[in-house]
Structures are given as C-alpha cells and as structure tokens.
Design a protein around this ligand. Structure first.
Ligand code: SF4
Length: 705
C-alpha cells in the first residue's frame, strides 16, 4: 500500500550520475517515475534505464517475500520467521567466531546499498565482531581510483563537480563510454560542445564507442598500454612547455623523478607500444596544453586492471604537471559505476578503510572509532577483499559469508572458481530483493530485502552530492530494509549500539563520526537534505563558509606536506599476455540499456530491445581469418573456462582484441554466455581490483559435436 500520495523527490538507483526523480505512489501499489526538473544534476532528463526505473518496484513477480532457511545442505529452502532465521544465523556466526576467530566470517555487500546500510554493516563487523572482513562490489569498480586519489591527493576525494562540465574547454575521456554508461552526464558534455564547438574532446579507448562520435581525436590504444600513453602525453606537454612550473614548485612534489621516467621513452617509441599515431599523441597534448580548463573523466578502463592504480596515477599526473586542479572546469572526475559507491567509501565500507577517511593502519584512528562506537578494539589488519573472500571460502579459512544486494556469481572474475568456493562454504546468507541471483542456490539462509523506493536513506553520487531517498511504497511480503535486517541480527548476536529508532538516527551517527575529518558534515540531517534537495560534502552550515562544490581551491592537499604527489609510475605489465594458444586480448564492458547482472533490467522489454542477446565483438579481419560470419556461434576459451556466444563484427574494435559484455549469466537462464567464465583472477597489488579489461583468450567457430 502507498505510504504517501504526493510525488516524492528521490534519486535513480542505477549509475553514479545520480539523477533526480519524482516517485509517485499509485493506487494499485505501483509507482510512477519521472525526472525531477528541479534537481541540479539532470534537470528532469533521464536515460533509458532511468525512464524504466518504475519496473524495479512494480514488477513483483520475481521478489523474495519471506525469510527461508535450509536445515542442512541437502534440504530445500523452507519458509521460516525472521526470528528463526536471524537467531539461527547468530548462533552459527557465534560458533564460528568462538571456534575459528572473527576472521572466519565476512560480509560482501554492494555499491547499491544506502549509506545507512553500509554504516551498520561496517560498524557490526569492524567494531563488534572484530574483523575487517567487509568488502563490496565497489572493489570491482572504484578501488583503483580510491588508491590513486589517496596517493596523489592525500585522501579519496573527487576534487570537481558536474558543473565543471560547462566550464571546461578540454575533456579527456579515458577507459569510459559515458555515452552509454553515464548518459545524462554525457548529454551535458554534448550540449556544451554544441554551444562551444571550440571545446576539445580526447577519447582513449581500444574500441570506437558512441562516445567517440564527439571526439576531436580518438586514441585507439592497445589494451593495457594506458600508462605508456599517459606518460607520453606528459612528455609531450613538457616538450611543448605546457606545464605549470609555479604550481609544481609550490604545490606538488615528485616532478623531477617523473620527468626522468617520461623521458626514458621517445614519443615515437610510446606511439608504437600503444598502437596509436605519434601525431595524434602530439595533437591530444596540444589540446590539453592549450586548455584554460582541462577535465578528465574515467571509469573501468583504468580501474579494472592489474595496473589500475598506476593507470590512475599516470592520469592524475597530467593534472598535476599542468596545475589543472582546484579551479573552475579543471580536475579529475572519476565516474562511479554504482549509485552509492561514494557513500560506501565515506563510511569506510571496504576491508581496508575506516569511517570518514580515517586510516586503518593508524592506531589513533582505530582508537577514535572504537571509542565512538563503544566497541571492542578494531583489528589493524585489512580484511579479505572481494576475490580474496572467495579464495578464503575455497581453502576453508572463511566459514561463513553474508552476501547483500549483489550477484557475485555473475560479476566476479574467474567465476567458476567463485562457484566452487561458494559450494564449499559452511554457511551462506543471501540478503536480496530478487529471486534471480545465482547465489540463492548456495544459500543456507535467504533474507528478503526491501527495494529502492520501499526504504529510506541517503546516497552520494560521483560529485560528492548527498541526496535523501524516501520510502514511497511498502515492501512486499515480509521484506525489510537492509539496515533493519543488519541491526536485528546485531541485536540477536547480543551487541549494543544497534537499537536505532529510525533510519535517520543511523545517518546522524555517521555524520557525528565525520566531525573534524575532511568530509566533516556536522549539522547535516534528513530535514536539510529534504529541504535543499541535495548537498555536497563536506557540508557547510553557513552560507558564509567557503563553497565545497570544488575541493583544493586553496591548493592545499590532504598529504602531510599539503602538496600533491606526482608519482613517477613505470609501465609495469601484470596481465595475462596473449600467446600461441590464446592469441586474442579479451576486454569486457557494459551495454547501454542493461545494468550489472540484469536482475533489475533483464526482463524489461523496453530495455532488452536495444541489444536482446549476448554477443562477442571482433574485428572483421579477425573474423575472416577464423571463418566467422556475423551472428555465427563462437567459443571463447581461456585457461579458466569458456563462453559460447554469437559473433558481432565491428570495424570499431582493434584487430586482435575481442569484447564481451559483462551482464549476461544465469539470471536469464544460462551461464554459457557469462563473460566471467573466462576472465582472469589477476589483481592490482595495491587496490586488489581485478583485471577485467585484459586476459588472453582463443576464439574458434562453434562446431556441433
Ligand atoms: Fe539513472 Fe544514471 Fe541514467 Fe541518470 S544517467 S537516469 S542516474 S542510469
């Protein structure tokens, strides 16, 4: 039943652009959704996914409605009460913790969780269970950017805001296809370019995507050579004299070492390594060097790599040597894939983070959080990251895993190994909205969760913009908000500090914990968020205080010296190189109208029309050599598994490279077309982000047995 009748402002629950919507409860319990014209990010516009947002609530045919449990691994799931499910789970967790220690249990959550949900999960495991074993699918998405920001700027802080788009005169879009994956933001870039045709747009991508339609120059690099290319751009900028020596001298360190490294290779050598014309590198450098305001945008092409941190640092270096940061229109803008990946980072919801950008390795920071929570000591050692959790399940170090709002058996790399690991787990809890995720087959306990618009809370988008999401309709059956489920469980475990009277009480506790930190938002509450529509962190109570739409306007960075750090990264290669047996480079990515593992978008006919079936993209030249025609069935093999899928020929992809969309899996019936059957388990050593954009595969035409 509706809980209110007027259309309520909320936020789209798909990508990190975080568009504003108005959600109207209808008499039949459904909702109607339109873009919110008053919201600054999108001013009423929505992309294809946002325009079909209502189906995430209105289609209740595939919803989990009540808690279920199996009494032993071989028994079917049976309906139980919330009390029984949570009491039994608490008993199992207590037993494991007593017998094997706190690191024998873990939570694996999602960048789609609300900030309040992240907060209580983090508080429970770090403060009261005494382990740092919380990670989320943000590890697969933004963790390389997090490490890059910390190393270069001192903290994980996006310095710019979306309004910088209309102020920039040069864009570098690298490892991203915002025309498909962040469409509303890209429409702002398109409109800006239309109004100011002199604006330059550089796109770096091994594929000619729709984003390239707007490019003044497209650097179609060989996958994995991003660092070489960024360093070549750095060298070209230095050669042109287009660097800001005054900024470097006063506000940065590391330039001399950087200069040495980038001059180790000529531009001609770099061009050859990257597979792009030297003239295009020089042209792109001339655009950056001539810019009054240079804005870069990136996503998974840089982050999802065994050298993801190096890629991020090499991009940030371009801003630091040119002084293009901390002023209108200038700076790095990492585009988060998920709607609240930023909120999760604020509360420290990863296995190596603490709330409000505190440092896990710092004993004083751990003590501060412990005292605030009134908890036991916080563990100093980082917990398992996403893929490490599944390795620990496989070898028995981890006994129990609680999976919340994510579908790892489609989204993890080398997913056959993750399946085997989950099959070996002693105890699996799946807290979920939908009946579709593959994880349910392995669950000992299934907990039904409320969906978007059925629960209240907050989210933070890619530009640090915090917004309030109201509960507009009731959840079906016995489904509960995720934060309430976690708090009930914490109380069943006998822990204090989880008896919040409402969702805002959780938010206010999180805000109190930001006091004195770089994201200090003291004074912020739901009333202010409702009244103002949104605010950016750090929140300022008074209009007289400096605007925080943009960080580092005083060029004071969060490092101990207050200088930004230019890191002289070398172009390490840590991926699985192609060879005679596996001669192609596989890269993976998204398509325009699908979302993650398709649990929300896979059955919306208006969205499936765009690209109805899974495919593998390859260059016509490679197709001819393999005797493969358009739509032929091919088998993509790696050392880990195979995918059987239709071929799609495209002159827009580099020869020698093939592309698989990451969305398909058992949710739509089959795991034969699941890209992660073949992807590699290689990780960036610092961010622990997987190498989804590079592994070696063979492609053969499918022959009927
Ligand atoms: Fe939703 Fe992102 Fe589309 Fe905006 S751009 S409507 S946030 S999916």
């Amino acid at each position: 039943m509706p809980t209110s009748t007027a259309a309520a402002p909320s936020i789209c629950c798909y990508c990190g652009v975080g568009c504003g919507v108005l959600v109207e409860p209808l008499k039949n319990g459904d909702v109607a959704v339109v873009g919110n014209p008053a919201y600054p990010v999108n001013k009423g516009a929505l992309c294809s996914k946002g325009l079909n947002l209502q189906y995430t609530v209105n289609d209740r045919s595939e919803r989990l409605l009540y808690p279920q449990m199996r009494y032993s691994k071989n028994h079917p799931l049976q309906r139980v009460s919330w009390d029984e499910a949570l009491q039994r789970t608490a008993a199992v967790f207590k037993t494991f913790i007593e017998q094997y220690g706190p690191n024998s249990v873990a939570f694996y959550a999602s960048g789609q969780c609300l900030t309040e949900e992240y907060y209580v999960i983090n508080k429970l495991i770090k403060g009261f269970i005494g382990s740092n074993n919380i990670d989320t699918n943000s590890r697969l998405c933004m963790s390389s950017a997090v490490v890059g920001y910390k190393m270069a700027l001192g903290e994980d802080s996006v310095p710019v805001c979306f309004d910088d788009i209309e102020l920039a005169d040069c864009f570098l879009v690298t490892g991203a296809n915002p025309a498909w994956c962040h469409p509303i933001l890209w429409r702002r870039v398109e409109a800006h370019k239309a109004a100011h045709p002199e604006t330059k747009i550089i796109v770096i991508d091994p594929r000619a995507t729709d984003t390239c339609a707007l490019a003044d120059v497209h650097l179609q690099l060989i996958p994995g050579t991003d660092v070489v290319l960024n360093q070549a751009l750095g060298r070209a900028l230095i050669e042109r004299g287009d660097i800001d020596l005054a900024f470097i001298e006063q506000h940065a360190e590391g330039y001399e070492a950087y200069r040495e490294v980038v001059f180790e290779r000529t531009l001609a050598e770099s061009a050859q390594l990257c597979g792009v014309p030297e003239a295009d590198i020089r042209l792109a450098a001339s655009y950056i060097g001539s810019a009054q305001a240079f804005l870069s945008m990136w996503t998974m092409g840089l982050n999802q790599s065994a050298v993801g941190v190096d890629k991020n640092l090499s991009l940030l270096n371009l801003h630091l040597i040119t002084g293009q940061i901390g002023r209108p229109g200038a700076g790095p803008l990492s585009l988060t894939g998920q709607p609240n990946a930023m909120g999760g980072r604020e509360v420290g919801g990863l296995s190596n983070l603490l709330p409000a950008h505190r440092n896990l390795a710092n004993p004083a920071h751990r003590a501060e959080v412990q005292q605030f929570w009134g908890s036991g000591p916080l563990a100093a050692t980082p917990g398992y990251t996403a893929t490490e959790m599944f390795e620990a399940l496989e070898d028995g170090r981890l006994k129990a895993i609680w999976i919340i709002c994510t579908n790892p058996l489609t989204s993890l790399p080398n997913v056959r190994q993750a399946e085997a690991a989950l099959a070996k787990a002693k105890y699996v809890v799946v807290q979920e909205v939908s009946t579709k995720p593959e994880t349910l087959a392995y669950a000992d306990v299934v907990l039904p969760a409320a969906a978007w618009a059925e629960k209240e809370g907050t989210m933070t988008n890619s530009e640090r913009r915090i917004s309030y999401l109201p509960r507009v309709v009731s959840a079906p059956g016995e489904a509960l908000p995720d934060a309430e489920i976690i708090c009930r469980f914490a109380r069943a475990m006998g822990f204090r500090g989880f008896d919040f009277p409402n969702m805002e009480a959780i938010y206010l506790e999180h805000i109190r914990l930001t006091a004195g930190t770089s994201l200090d938002s003291t004074g912020l509450n739901y009333s202010i968020l409702r009244a103002r529509g949104s605010v950016q962190w750090p929140y300022r109570t008074s209009q007289a205080e400096p605007d925080t739409a943009r960080l580092f306007t005083d060029q004071q960075f969060y490092t101990p010296s207050h200088r930004a750090v230019i890191h002289p990264v070398t172009a390490a290669f840590r991926s699985e190189a192609p060879d005679e047996d596996f001669p192609f480079i596989l890269t993976t990515g998204r398509i325009r109208d699908q979302w993650h593992t398709m649990t929300k978008t896979g059955r919306v006919s208006k969205l499936t029309k765009h690209i109805p079936q899974a495919f593998m993209e390859l260059h016509p030249q490679d197709a001819a050599a393999l005797n493969v025609a358009e739509s032929d069935l091919v088998v993509v093999q790696s050392r880990r598994g195979e995918v059987r899928i239709a071929a799609r020929l495209s002159a827009g992809i580099r020869p020698g490279v093939v592309f698989l969309p990451m969305h398909w899996g058992k949710v739509l019936g089959s795991d034969l077309n699941r890209a992660n059957n073949v992807t590699s388990g290689a990780l960036d050593p610092l961010s622990k982000e997987p190498d989804f954009k590079y592994c070696a595969v063979q492609v053969v035409k499918y022959q009927k047995p």
